[in-house]
Ligand binder design. Structure first.
Ligand code: MG
Ligand code: ZN
Length: 378
């Protein structure tokens, strides 16, 4: 009898665990909110530097779903940030320098425009001017990334709910004499050009824009402080509250713009300090997503910059013989430009599994829309 009971118990447990397994797989993995973090110029060695030079555990290590993207643009093997961001924002491969336009220069709808149409709350954060190639590709349409005053004008009609970055001069010191800050205020934006506020001070505002530098924000090593992680946290709080009020959801793009510039300058210290700052912003997004349970966090890059390598330090021993010190890393570079290396994609939250595998950079846009259905009329 005892043995028979035990068999019954085993069968019951097996059935129960099978059932719960099935139930788990049937839960639709549909994210409500999406946070896309782009580390400009951030390849695998840039990411790896956080594992050797950050004093705390890297937030990159918190992901379980990882993929790789090919970042080539429509005309070049090696992309620039404009074509790279347009691939993410609009799901197409275009030519280097293009902002929100296809290879034939026709305008293509962006994630921000698609989401805003459905009353989904949207946000853009960067440590460059908000008119620079990466953020610009999410709200503007110009044949060239250099047309920054033209790009700024798109902000007025973009409907972005939360903005934080640099670029004031493209709004209020323009050749056409327009003052876009005044125009934004007329469209219900509260603008601050001095410092980030706190959630309590901004939660009642219908739209918020922080322009905290004439052009780009300072490098983190030259006094930017914790702007990027703080803006990320504030943007999430603000957009989440606005989304809840409207029974809606939110999309936010956060760019660590200056990892790229450390790469272009072949300056490992600049690159690594920007990467660590970007990793802090990733932490803010993951902290929220873990608590929220309905938020998909995607972290990737437009391309790698500098051909960056975590090489061993070349040394000479007492006998005058040169050797590589495997206990000491020296960041080294192979180019002052971008490289063609595949770029990692990290995903966390509902739908994260869709981002594993090896695919093209513009697929990220299509994966987001397949998961959220933001392009379908509700
Ligand atoms: Mg950029
Ligand atoms: Zn670059």
């Amino acid at each position: 009898m005892k043995f028979k009971n035990l068999i019954c118990l085993v069968i019951i447990i097996t059935l129960f665990s099978c059932n719960s397994q099935v139930a788990k797989e049937e839960i639709p993995q549909e994210p409500k909110n999406v946070i896309l973090l782009i580390g400009d110029g951030t390849g695998l060695s840039q990411i790896s530097s956080a594992f050797f030079f950050k004093e705390t555990d890297p937030n990159y290590a918190r992901f379980k779903q990882i993929g790789l993207i090919n970042t080539s643009s429509s005309r070049e093997d090696i992309t620039d940030s404009a074509a790279g961001a347009t691939a993410f924002a609009s799901g197409i491969k275009t030519y280097n320098g293009a902002i929100g336009v296809a290879d034939d220069s026709t305008h293509v709808p962006t994630l921000i425009e698609i989401a805003a149409k459905q009353n989904i709350k949207t946000g853009l954060i960067s440590t460059s001017s908000i008119t620079h190639a990466t953020p610009a590709s999410f709200y503007a349409h110009t044949i060239s990334r250099g047309l920054q005053e033209e790009i700024a004008a798109y902000m007025v009609t973009s409907n972005v709910d939360f903005v934080a970055g640099g670029g004031t001069k493209f709004f209020n010191n323009r050749k056409d004499g327009r003052n876009l800050l005044t125009e934004l205020e007329a469209k219900a934006y509260t603008i601050d050009t001095t410092a980030l506020g706190n959630f309590a001070s901004i939660q009642e505002y219908s739209k918020v824009a922080y322009f905290l530098a004439e052009n780009h924000m300072q490098p983190v090593a030259k006094g930017r402080g914790d702007f990027l992680p703080k803006a990320t946290e504030l943007g999430i709080q603000y957009l989440n509250a606005r989304a809840k009020e409207n029974s809606s959801s939110f999309f936010m793009m956060v760019e660590g713009s200056q990892v790229d510039w450390g790469g272009h300058a072949n300056d490992a210290d600049y690159l690594i300090s920007e990467l660590i700052d970007f990793d802090d912003a990733i932490g803010k997004a993951l902290d929220f997503a873990e608590k929220d349970g309905n938020t998909l966090v995607i972290v990737t890059a437009d391309h790698e910059t500098g051909g960056f390598t975590l090489a061993s330090t070349p040394k000479t021993n007492a006998e005058g013989k040169s050797y590589s010190d495997y206990n000491e890393i020296t960041g080294s570079f192979s180019t002052g430009g971008h490289s063609a290396t595949l770029i990692p994609v990290f995903a966390y939250g509902p739908g994260a599994e869709a981002f594993s595998g090896v695919y093209e950079n513009n697929e990220i846009f299509h994966k987001i829309l397949e998961l959220t259905n933001w392009d379908k009329e509700k």
